[in-house]
Write a protein that binds this ligand. Structure first.
Ligand code: SF4
Length: 697
């Protein structure tokens, strides 16, 4: 087995082991390709086939455990439906191409449209499933073509975290390692069903509980995470900001805040205080549906514990007021001084395994690699010199949501989509479909023929994570290597190979030979990665300015802002875009299930996960079901102003009356959501839409 050429990888690296026996078996260390916990396991490879998964008991995150998705990741590698050849759409179906033909067609179309309509007629979607190196190259490709329109699905999950936490604290990431939750004495979980979505996290939370910690879970549903809670706050969907504002105001009123921390480390308390003048607990109760007494109890527990942490997820971020939700979380932590120490902190739980890394690498239109602002003249100078380019855009371009708008308006003419499936993942599916149909040219690069790929003019077959080398950055800022275990099927190629060869076909300067050469450039150009030249067995945390030296816990002494202080930012509560009414009397909310993942393009092809759940469920309360004469398993239609979708009723007391839950792993769900979005981060509202449900007759 060839050792990778990444910095620090030497023959002494123990996790890639070649076992020389007759069967030619080897064990290859890798990182789970699903959620952002970053669990480590070995792939056992025999005669070129990945046969078995062996969890790493020595891995600091998962300690020998895996969730169902981690175990099932083996099934995607040799899946019979993997894309194997470049394909071009013709009037008669798909035509198989050579790589040379495919890259020439893609280059010719990007060049033709860029030359005739300007570079902003192009749009690039990078992938949070791809490695850091691949994301770095995709955004470089876009920007060296003069195009500012490069984004990723971080827009759909945690764009509000990136924007909100940067505005509050100067840094947009998790503050403490996941395992540090074991040191917490109070854990507030809001908008995160980690027991299903990031199951490994439950290990650390349970350790904290065994040591006496209080677990508070704010979620409209009584989820498996809420089952673990000492206190469940069943707030109405879309009222997170009101819940947090009510708690913050109560803490201030009762003098429970950390005056010393606030005085030394923050600014803006008086603006925050006046913004909450009308946010009594009684008002918070009216909005959230959680009693004032329960809100006060939660606020006191969080503020008075010696070490409190907040874990949040897309229940907070995926709203038209997602940035305000994140800033409200930050206000709570800052007010109580629950930052910079073991057991404290803010943990935004990213979904896909490399969401953090994709953002770090500049696969968000607001940032060049390392969160450098395009409007800062030094940014274009630095990257222009590094890349030998004089046409880098000194401006923010279109977000992925705005790219769909521009396609509909006719100003965006071509898209190159890598590893993303907007037909399933974007809201308002019919609008997204119309937008993609409006393009002159669409190229999609993926491992399966996704719903989006089916619309493309050109489809490029990519290698999956087990077939390539590079690094992923997990939700806790841990940068870890992955190693090539098997060959890609047919003529599928690593995204790094495809993007580099495309760039060279376009005549661009892409002198990279492998992941190592790209990672070395990342360490030179991205300050927070500068010292990560030796990733060792279990990676390293950013920010790392010197080899081997990093802070696992951020903000211990100061914040990375001008002046070193964090800012309180008034978080304005806005009611959901749509409140239930006569025509649409119920409120639809969406989320994940343990056995599926994101758009479902992989897990809906994974037999062992399909055996657990192979159909779209519509979860509803027994009271609502009784009124509608619906029983468990009935086929039902859900309708919103956007469209309709059918699924199978799951009648459960775990969901409050008036609320309907659907997982978004099936394409039909996003027929129902609309494109209202947060004005600051442009994240769409995916968590609260008025709907009606009818039994199919
Ligand atoms: Fe993979 Fe996340 Fe499950 Fe760990 S918790 S095995 S990273 S999906």
């Amino acid at each position: 087995m060839r050792l990778p050429g990444l910095p620090g990888a030497t023959a002494a690296v123990p996790e890639v082991m070649s076992v020389s026996d007759e069967s030619d078996r080897s064990m290859v260390a890798t990182i789970c390709p699903y959620c952002a916990c970053g669990c480590g396991f070995y792939l056992e490879v025999e005669r070129g086939q990945a046969r078995r998964i062996i969890p790493r008991s020595d891995h600091p995150v998962n300690q020998g455990a895996l969730c169902p998705k981690g175990w099932a990741s083996l099934e995607m590698i040799h899946h019979p439906e993997r894309l194997k050849w470049p394909l071009r759409r013709t009037a008669d179906g798909w035509e198989r191409l050579s790589w040379q033909q495919a890259l020439q067609i893609l280059a010719d179309n990007l060049r033709r449209i860029g030359d005739t309509r300007g570079p902003d007629a192009l749009g690039f979607l990078s992938s949070t499933k791809c490695t850091n190196e691949e994301n770095y190259l995709i955004q470089k490709l876009a920007r060296t073509m003069g195009c500012a329109n490069v984004d990723s699905c971080a827009r759909l999950c945690h764009a509000s975290t990136v924007v909100g936490l940067r505005r509050s604290m100067g840094s947009c990431s998790v503050t403490n390692p996941l395992s540090d939750l074991a040191n917490s004495r109070c854990i507030l979980v809001i908008g995160s069903n980690f027991a299903e979505n990031h199951p490994i996290l439950a290990r650390w939370v349970l350790q904290a509980k065994e040591a006496g910690a209080t677990l508070i879970v704010a979620d409209p549903r009584r989820t498996p995470t809420a089952w673990l809670a000492d206190q469940h706050l069943p707030l109405r969907p879309g009222t997170d900001v009101a819940l947090l504002n009510g708690m913050v105001r109560h803490i201030l009123d009762q003098g429970l805040h950390d005056r010393d921390f606030v005085q030394r480390r923050t600014t803006g308390l008086e603006q925050l205080r006046s913004s909450l003048a009308d946010f009594s607990l009684a008002r918070a109760e009216r909005i959230t549906g959680v009693s004032a007494g329960e809100l006060a109890r939660a606020a006191r527990a969080y503020a008075s514990s010696p070490a409190s942490a907040v874990v949040y997820g897309m229940g907070v971020t995926q709203h038209a007021s997602g940035t305000a939700g994140v800033e409200a979380v930050a206000n709570l932590a800052l007010l109580c001084g629950q930052l910079g120490r073991p057991g404290t902190g803010i943990l935004p739980m990213r979904g896909q395994n490399n969401v953090q890394g994709a953002c770090d690498m500049g696969a968000m239109t607001e940032f060049y690699p390392g969160y450098r602002l395009p409007e800062d003249p030094r940014t274009v100078q630095v990257f222009g010199a590094a890349w030998g380019s004089t046409c880098l855009p000194a401006r923010k371009g279109l977000t992925s949501m705005e790219m769909m708008d521009a396609a509909l308006f006719g100003t965006l003419k071509a898209m190159y989509i890598v590893g993303e499936d907007p037909i399933c993942s974007h809201p308002d599916q019919s609008r997204t479909r119309q937008a993609l149909q409006s393009l002159d040219f669409l190229a999609v690069q993926d491992i399966f023929m996704t719903e989006t790929a089916e619309m493309a003019d050109l489809v490029l077959p990519a290698a999956c994570w087990a077939e390539k080398e590079g690094t992923f950055t997990s939700a806790e800022r841990r940068v870890q290597r992955i190693y090539r275990a098997t060959d890609p099927p047919g003529e599928a190629r690593e995204d790094l190979w495809i993007v580099s060869n495309l760039a060279r076909t376009l005549g661009l300067n892409f002198p990279y030979t492998d992941a190592s050469s790209v990672f070395q450039e990342i360490c030179r150009r991205v300050t927070i990665y500068k010292g990560l030249v030796d990733l060792g067995d279990f990676g390293g945390f950013w920010p790392c300015l010197e080899p081997g030296k990093w802070n696992e816990i951020l903000h211990q002494d100061c914040f990375p802002t001008e002046g070193g202080l964090a800012r309180f930012l008034p978080a304005t509560y806005c009611p959901s875009t749509q409140e239930p009414g006569a025509d649409y009397p119920l409120l639809l909310t969406t989320g994940r299930k343990v056995c599926h993942f994101n758009s479902g393009s992989i897990t809906r092809r994974t037999p062992s996960l399909l055996a657990i759940s192979d159909h779209l469920v519509v979860e509803m309360n027994p009271e609502d079901a009784a009124v509608l004469e619906i029983v468990e398993g009935d086929r039902v239609w859900v309708k919103t102003v956007q469209g309709s979708a059918s699924g199978y009723a799951h009648v459960s007391g775990s969901i409050p009356a008036g609320v309907v839950f659907m997982p978004f792993h099936f394409p039909a769900t996003n027929r129902l959501t609309g494109d209202a979005r947060d004005p600051i981060s442009h994240i769409p509202e995916l968590k609260a839409w008025a709907c009606q449900v009818k039994k199919e007759v």
